[in-house]
Design a protein around this ligand. Structure first.
Ligand code: UD1
Length: 354
């Protein structure tokens, strides 16, 4: 089976490529390296000992995108590519609407033209907005609170319409909770380009001495210790969820949304404390004002993914902390200073030959 992976060099994309290659799938990976580095794909190769085809393509470039479809047999698509910083989406909404929506439209048009109707889409728990209760199940009311979230929600709706127009489509919408951790090898992980927006990469950079202290956004939420509660999920569990959703798309048609979370919530201070006890590194922190738009408590009911995909998260908070730290410790500057072999800059050089 040949799978097209968009955004395959990113955090979740690269971990999913590892699982797909290990499971015997053939990959065609595309990425524009806007928020990722070629080195992550070298590491995927190193980890799996498998080769795959790569195109450095901006998904908004229709002609280049069509070339990928013309030159390859593709059985299904896993679509990760997209911009994902909430704050940036508020200050530059048009960038988010253009990039995330147009790229998906171009992708789906090409899939339709080349009769490829199996799609796994990278959605987010952000589509639940501020949930009225927890745990959150897939039938909860959907509401986006910012342009980034709205792009995810609009795409989910577009994909529903696509299926309504043609019942041969088979689409999984994967609503991720809070992905953290890294591959246990320490070779691939999350590599934020600037100061991290999300909690775990911020913690690991404080631990590494790159950032001075953690700011804890609010301590008056109605939670165990007043700090926000989230459902942190190990990125390898998440990657495996994509494999299982992909298999499901080959078995039946329809549009199905799945929550990928552990079902267990941890507060900010509980995560800090787990990180400190697993790694032995102290994390200095300071309580500041709550971040606008943050929910107090958010965790998943992932029963549907278990019943319909046979998927359940297996890795606990200790493994998440240990693996996040191993990645940060082994790669203090992310992928930047660890390039092995020739630095690959263009597609022709990068194309991995079998
Ligand atoms: C954020 C996004 C969400 C996106 C997800 C992707 C916002 C409002 N939400 O989710 O749309 O899908 O990332 O991973 O940005 N925290 C701190 N200090 C920090 C960073 C975070 O205290 O420096 C707290 C937050 O208030 C929250 C928890 O840590 O309670 C987790 O935050 P974060 O990692 O940013 O994830 P979300 O806000 O859940």
């Amino acid at each position: 089976m040949f799978i097209l992976v968009t955004g395959g060099a990113g955090f979740i994309g690269s971990h999913t490529c590892v699982e797909l290659l290990n499971a015997g799938y053939e990959l065609i990976v595309i990425d524009n390296f806007l928020n990722s580095k070629p080195e992550s794909l070298h590491r995927v190769q190193e980890l799996t000992g498998k080769s795959f085809k790569f195109y450095q393509v901006d998904m908004l470039e229709e002609v280049q995108m069509e070339r990928v479809f013309l030159e390859n047999r593709i059985d299904a698509v896993i679509h990760f590519a997209g911009l994902k910083a909430v704050g940036e989406s508020v200050s530059n909404p048009l960038l988010y609407y253009k990039n995330n929506l147009m790229s998906t439209f171009i992708l789906c048009q090409l899939m339709q033209k080349y009769n490829i109707k199996h799609l796994v889409f990278s959605s987010s728990a952000t589509v639940y907005g501020l949930p009225e209760s927890v745990p959150i199940s897939e039938d909860f009311h959907l509401k986006a609170l910012n342009p980034y979230g709205r792009t995810k929600l609009i795409i989910e709706q577009v994909l529903q319409d696509l299926y309504s127009s043609d019942p041969e489509w088979s689409i999984s919408l994967l609503r991720y909770f809070n992905p953290i951790g890294a591959h246990e090898s320490g070779l691939i992980g999350e590599d934020p380009q600037n100061i991290p927006n999300n909690l775990m990469p911020y913690i690991t950079q404080v631990a590494a001495g790159k950032l001075h202290e953690l700011e804890v956004f609010g301590s008056c939420y109605p939670t165990v210790d007043g700090t926000g509660v989230r459902d942190y999920i190990h990125v390898v569990d998440l990657a495996i969820g994509h494999l299982m959703a992909l298999e499901k798309t080959f078995k039946s048609s329809g549009v199905h949304a799945y929550n990928l979370g552990t079902g267990q919530g941890y507060s900010v201070l509980e995560l800090v404390s787990a990180f400190e006890s697993v790694t032995g590194v102290r994390i200095p922190y300071r309580i500041t004002n709550p971040r606008s738009g943050d929910a107090a408590i958010c965790y998943a009911d992932s029963t549907k993914a278990w019943k319909e995909l046979g998927w359940k998260a297996k890795k606990g908070i200790e493994e998440m902390c240990a693996d996040s730290w191993r990645w940060q410790y082994n790669n203090p500057d992310g992928y930047i200073n660890k390039v092995k072999g020739p630095h690959i800059t263009n597609e022709e050089e990068f194309l991995v030959q079998k």
